[in-house]
Design a protein around this ligand. Structure first.
Ligand code: ASP
Length: 324
């Protein structure tokens, strides 16, 4: 049995612990901050920073940021120059979410260079969250977006090469570790409000009609202004099954750092997919304090982080399969 002396000692230690905990200064939140997937995130972050550094809203920053990648014909995985599906058509998926939990999304959108801005319009000008295909395109055109050919000489060349090399490719899932370049971007502004955006042309050579995780709220992107924001890249089917970005945010809500939350969500994807060694999934996340993190299955995923203290830089995400 515990003696009175032991009990008093323990009580005193708890009290001392509480005093120490109370005496610790609260960490100063890092604001503003923007984090985005892959190397093209650097240019996207620059565009976002122009807005954030003037005290602008995170929502405006993430839209402007990912538009940069969408409009860059050299980025072969999003918007203009995005690699097509198996039939040679470029179909785009995108979503956006703000500090109020409002969100908008488009999927299987053809011929519009900046799907993220259409997603924002769905959020702000309609009672809906998600619009797809021809209806989404007509909605965009009716609201002043211009139709544009999104194939480039380079993407046509790559598609033609792929067709010759993979005559039966539609029968199996293309496993591609390097070529996941969806841009997911999450940000916190000077007021402490969070937003995120995610946009992609999806997996190269996908079956026509396929939609991945990127336009699905909770899968490719999730924002909770009380907690944090997360976005995903990689094989969308595996991310959807785990409701990946929502899971990352919920893991942060339970007290995990953004880094740990990304790792734990990746572990969940691994646990649910026996073939996990053959594909890539990566997550990025930020929390209310302006901490950031990322994690992935395969080595090779890096993400761009921009804050006032350290500027705009690439960070290599730790991976479950170690780098050689
Ligand atoms: N997540 C995207 C998709 O499955 C692909 C990518 O990240 O490149 O459509």
């Amino acid at each position: 049995m515990i003696s009175r002396r032991q009990l008093m000692g323990a009580t005193a230690m708890v009290a001392a612990g509480q005093i120490t905990a109370r005496a610790q200064p609260k960490p100063t939140p890092v604001r503003p901050l923007v984090v985005s997937t892959w190397r093209h995130g650097l240019a996207a972050n620059e565009a976002a920073w122009k807005i954030l550094s003037k005290g602008g809203r995170a929502l405006d920053a993430v839209e402007a940021g990912v538009r940069e990648s969408e409009s860059d014909p050299k980025v072969g995985s999003v918007g203009l120059g995005g690699l097509p599906d198996a039939s040679g058509q470029v179909t785009l998926d995108a979503c956006i979410m703000d500090e109020n939990g409002d969100c908008g999304s488009v999927a299987y959108l053809k011929g519009i260079e900046n799907p993220i801005s259409v997603a924002r319009l769905v959020m702000e000008n309609t009672p809906h969250v998600m619009m797809v295909g021809e209806g989404a395109k007509q909605f965009a055109l009716a609201n002043g977006f211009k139709e544009k050919a999104l194939l480039t000489p380079e993407s046509i060349k790559q598609w033609e090469k792929w067709k010759v090399e993979h005559p039966d490719a539609v029968k199996h899932r293309e496993v591609n570790i390097e070529n996941h370049d969806t841009i997911g971007m999450v940000s916190i502004d000077t007021k402490g409000n969070l937003s995120g955006a995610c946009t992609t042309s999806g997996l190269a050579w996908k079956l026509p009609g396929r939609v991945g995780d990127s336009p699905i709220i909770g899968a490719g992107l999730y924002v909770d202004n009380e907690v944090g924001a997360a976005s995903a890249t990689g094989v969308g089917e595996a991310v959807i099954r785990a409701v990946g970005s929502f899971l990352v945010v919920e893991l942060m809500r339970q007290g995990n750092s953004p880094q740990d939350a990304c790792r734990l969500a990746t572990e969940r994807v691994i646990a649910k997919n026996p073939d996990w060694k053959e594909f890539q999934v990566g997550f990025i996340a930020i929390d209310k304090l302006g901490r950031s993190g990322g994690y992935c299955i395969q080595p090779g995923f890096d993400y761009a982080v921009y804050d006032k203290q350290m500027g705009n830089r690439m960070v290599t995400a730790p991976s479950r399969i170690p780098a050689k």
